[in-house]
Design a protein around this ligand. Structure first.
Ligand code: BEZ
Length: 259
């Protein structure tokens, strides 16, 4: 669900997220299986977005709270699921202590540029023996798309500074080391290709609008449209297959136990 963006202004468009990117929560079903929530367990959904997976956890009998850094996302989630508690919170500064049986996080932690701080905050939120179950972008995630956006910005003389890249995509060696450093026992770690079909002819463009906007900060709307068109043109032979855009997602999945 990817919703803990680092910018200070709220860049998240909850509508575009729900209408064109519902695949984000569909893929989250695998992570729910990995979490295997038991009825009555107290679970934190970290980076809940518009709340679809929070709702599923609730239906499975968990006592769940959804948090997200984006006020837009939290407002949309509250409207959709008024029976579930949602609140705005930052992954690196969670307002909980020894409370949860599990912290669940889908497609969020690649937005958090202080991963160790987030892990410390997650660890503190869990009860002893509580588990942290997460999936997010791993090393190499959307590299083809990101590199093409950078190349096109540079080619057009619009510049690209590394600081614009909003993502953190660790390897499992790097991330499980951080998990161990904060006290987790890592019981599961996976780094997998997960090619992800995007919806419709404008799939890549919508994806860039939803997730890649940080790359286009400081340029005009017209310049952005131009760059996006060039990106589409150049990536068509690589990422447009059988009438569909397919993004080169690579994920990591981890489970850690608080010891
Ligand atoms: C996401 O938040 O779902 C996401 C962000 C960047 C690349 C891929 C996915």
């Amino acid at each position: 669900m990817g919703n803990m963006q680092q910018q200070t202004t709220d860049q998240w468009n909850a509508n575009l997220y729900d209408i064109k990117h519902s695949f984000v929560s569909s893929y989250g079903n695998f992570l729910i299986d990995l979490l295997a929530p038991k009825s009555g367990e107290k679970i934190l959904d970290l980076g809940c977005g518009t709340g679809d997976l929070t709702k599923k956890l609730n239906e499975l009998g968990a006592e769940v709270i959804g948090v997200d850094k984006s006020t837009n996302m939290v407002s949309a989630a509250m409207k959709k699921y008024p029976e579930i508690p949602f609140r705005v919170a930052d992954a690196t500064d969670l307002p909980f202590k020894d409370e949860f049986d599990a912290v669940f996080s889908n497609a969020t932690l690649h937005w958090v540029q202080e991963p160790k701080k987030a892990l410390e905050s997650i660890y503190a939120s869990l009860r002893e023996k509580g588990r942290f179950v997460a999936e997010f972008g791993g090393k190499g995630n959307v590299q083809t798309i990101a590199q093409e956006m950078i190349d096109q910005l540079q080619h057009a003389g619009l510049g690209y500074e590394k600081e614009k890249n909003p993502w953190y995509y660790p390897s499992i060696a790097e991330y499980s080391t951080l998990m161990e450093e904060v006290g987790f026992r890592v019981t599961f770690a996976q780094h997998i290709d997960r090619p992800t079909p995007l919806e419709g002819e404008d799939g890549l463009r919508n994806w860039m609008d939803m997730f890649g906007n940080a790359f286009f900060q400081g340029i005009t709307e017209e310049q952005k449209k131009f760059i996006q068109a060039r990106v589409e043109e150049n990536l068509r032979s690589k990422l447009y297959q059988d009438g569909k855009w397919v993004a080169d997602y690579i994920r990591i999945r981890v489970i850690g136990v608080k010891e």
